[in-house]
Write a protein that binds this ligand. Structure first.
Ligand code: HEC
Ligand code: HEC
Length: 345
């Protein structure tokens, strides 16, 4: 198991001790720490894109018949048109069951170092298999997903076109197609992206002050790179562990993956892109107000008691991370026929 990278504050220190000219130029400093999102979906290694595959992935993403109840699709918890989330503390899944963690957005997830709050899936392809067979999410089995899709005749030609040659309707191909569709869910051209590309006026005065604080106070030590986060792991509570009402003691995060004591309460640093659209916050989903989340971070991660004005400025900066939301046309799904496996309640 790969060891998590703990808080590369050193990297930040490096950026801060950059040549004097860089420090005096906030834009150059930001350009050294963050990267703008591309305007086109990135290539997914080992999963070559084709229009047929992306179109199929989109259908599967929206098709509730992949769940045992035929009532839940990926989109039920990661709603396209609503920031890629469900706006729930923790998600409602099969038979009205609640999961243990807040659903992160699927937008820009392709740029993260690993998937899930604890990084237990290495990429989108591996991730996509999880919820389908999770008893409190979609509650299917790998075998049932394949049977179900084979029982909907319209899918056969779509799979054959997306995966030419050989057996096309397989669980692996389901994961691949979905992952490729998810890679198209990116949100380019946020004000902050325009700023990083050289437009100093893309941020208003408060956002610019917020950016300076975000870097100066040390937030960017963890939330950096293309996704302003998503690139490393860190404990929730580096300086001061938040109370049980925000960090319930039962969920030890990455410890469950690595079984290493130093990984207790370690989580993947979340991306902050579109964060203004995705309350509630933290893996527990316990904080609904972004300003409160910022203040909690100041205390827990940096031991910094931020003033109300500082919290407001940082929150304003986080608002500049909202990009163009993906425009997704709802797919028309192939119809069920008399022999299609029926939903189980
Ligand atoms: C019942 C709600 C639910 C359904 C249905 C669901 N998800 Fe999720 N999803 C979650 C939750 C909750 C998490 C976080 C779980 C964790 O970290 O342990 C998550 C995590 C993810 C992540 C990781 C994002 C990140 O930042 O780490 C991706 C990607 C994702 N889901 C895609 C999908 C896809 C694709 C489907 C359909 C095959 C799907 N989800 C179905 C609730 C759901
Ligand atoms: C030591 C690394 C580290 C530092 C420094 C840090 N964060 Fe975080 N941040 C995290 C981790 C880890 C989480 C996830 C915590 C959890 O839910 O388990 C997180 C979560 C967040 C969230 C919630 C995101 C969501 O989608 O739920 C926000 C907002 C946030 N951080 C903002 C900030 C701000 C603002 C600062 C500076 C005041 C900051 N962070 C400093 C590691 C860090």
């Amino acid at each position: 198991m790969q060891r998590p990278t703990l808080i590369p504050l050193l990297a930040l220190a490096g950026a801060l001790s950059a040549p004097a000219w860089a420090q005096s130029d906030p834009m150059k400093q930001a350009q050294g720490l963050f990267k703008p999102l591309p305007t086109q979906p990135p290539a997914v290694p080992g999963n070559p894109a084709s229009p047929a595959k992306v179109a199929l992935g989109k259908m599967l993403y929206f098709d509730p018949r992949l769940s045992e109840s035929h009532a839940i699709s990926c989109n039920s918890c990661h709603m396209v048109g609503m920031g890629g989330v469900d706006l729930q503390e923790t998600s409602l899944g099969h038979r009205w069951q609640r999961g243990g963690r807040n659903a992160p957005t699927v937008y820009n997830a392709v740029f993260d170092v690993a998937q899930f709050w604890d990084g237990r899936a290495k990429d989108l392809e591996q991730q996509a298999g999880g919820p389908l067979v999770n008893p409190i999410e979609m509650d299917a089995t790998e075998k049932h997903v394949v049977e179900q899709l084979k029982g909907i005749p319209g899918y056969a030609p779509l799979f054959a076109k997306a995966f030419p040659g050989g057996e096309a309707i397989t669980f692996e191909n389901v994961r691949r197609a979905i992952a490729l569709f998810e890679a198209t869910l990116i949100t380019p051209n946020a004000p902050f992206d325009r700023y990083l590309r050289g437009d100093a006026r893309a941020l208003d005065a408060r956002q610019a002050q917020g950016l300076a604080l975000f870097i100066g106070k040390g937030c960017a030590g963890c939330h950096n790179g293309i996704n302003v986060g998503g690139g490393q792991y860190a404990p929730f509570g580096v300086v001061e562990r938040p109370g049980a009402e925000i960090l319930p003691p039962g969920d030890k995060g990455r410890f469950a993956v690595t079984r290493t004591v130093s990984d207790e309460y370690v989580f993947r640093v979340p991306s902050l892109r579109n964060v203004a659209l995705t309350p509630p916050y933290f893996h527990s989903g316990k904080v609904w107000d972004l300003r409160q989340a910022v203040a909690v971070m100041g205390n827990s991660q940096l031991g910094a008691k931020l003033t109300d004005a500082e919290v407001d400025q940082i929150t304003a900066f986080l608002g500049s991370l909202t990009g163009n939301q993906p425009q997704v046309t709802l797919p028309i799904l192939p119809p069920s026929v008399a022999t299609t496996p029926q939903p189980k309640p």
